[in-house]
Write a protein that binds this ligand. Sequence first.
Ligand code: S3P
Length: 431
Amino acid sequence: MIKLSNVASGLNGTIKIPGDKSISHRSVMFGAMAKGKTTVENFLLGEDCLSTIDCFTKLGVTIEKNGSNITVYGNGLEGLTEPTDILDVGNSGTTARLIIGILSGLPFHSVLIGDESIAKRPMKRVTGPLKEMGARIQGNQDGNFTPISIQGGHLRAIDFVSPVASAQVKSAILLAGIQGIGTTTVKEPYKSRDHTERMLRAFGVRVEEDEFTVSVQGGQELKANLHIIVPGDISSAAFYLVAGAIVPNSKITLERVGLNPTRTGILDVLKKMGATMSFSNVEEEAPEPFADITIETSTLNGTEVSGDIIPRLIDEIPIIALMATQAEGTTVIKDAEELKVKETNRIDTVVNELRKMGADIEATDDGMVIKGKSMLTGTNLNSYGDHRIGMMGAIASLIANGETSLENAEAINVSYPNFFEHMEELKKGKE
Ligand code: S3P
């Protein structure tokens, strides 16, 4: 349990946001599948991405770490070998779902486990279509929950219509698809984040896209000798973007934040709610655009967040909910049922924690309704082991009256290991 206090003098200064979690995972996975050396700069040393490194090390890949730079020595798909140990994905849904897709096409047996949260997260959304492709997968409740056992082998292509816009589902099937016979297609209800498509292309794989449909031909090899620069994670930046907007007397610059359009829903919401933001050092070059973002204390108004923007900000909804408590009027978040199957049921955990602080917030079936503006009061918060719930609570403490305590704060290490160091720097106003 840690104790947190509010900040009267504002948050000021410049911070460098740690590497993007989604891109960091993929750099290890695709580097491991490719033939040759992949060097990665600004890799996220959060627990989730370390779980990915651990799993691929157990699959026979040499991965060297040097601070936040890593080198992956891939030997192609045939260089991945049967693990003698169980693969432990920890808290990471991305590791679990993408690795199942990769292992489905490889001629050996592996067993996958994770932590308590992973054991509750639905895997059938990937194991179902992968079994249709020919993979032999077993797990609790008909392959829906860990522990999961995978006997990989020959795969055939699939035309899969996904009921959810999920990059994890799309990626798992595409990663199996490039190992199968024929052309695999995934169609989504809305476009989910496209880091897999962008990075596969950088590794020389042909990927066809048409609005909400992505296709790959089987039998393609990934070619390495690549240097990947991971931009800062916009999902981590979101916490300090909102902090900058809601904490009085603040002005914060966040350096090299990834601006992939499939991830920038949070910026659209900030603008719509009235935040004062500016962009500099914009780098639009493929494969992943980024820029520095400056934000300052702003007068905010409520808004509706629904429809096709949801996959573009799904991980930012906890911090958007906190922002809405500080906006005039009502904010309605809809079409976000996916929140129920994240690290926690984030409709419940967000509403619980913000309500404890005095927010006017109601859960709905597919989101929440927040009425602002509320004065928040310090209390005893819990992350429930969910990094984003922990960070939402810690940012809320900055504007709350009195002291806040946060149980299970260490969950934040999953995606933002230096979160509290950045908070201290910004409180001191270090440039
Ligand atoms: C991720 C996709 C999203 C996101 C998660 C990371 C990825 O999950 O919530 O934090 O790296 O592909 P879904 O695919 O379940 O929407």
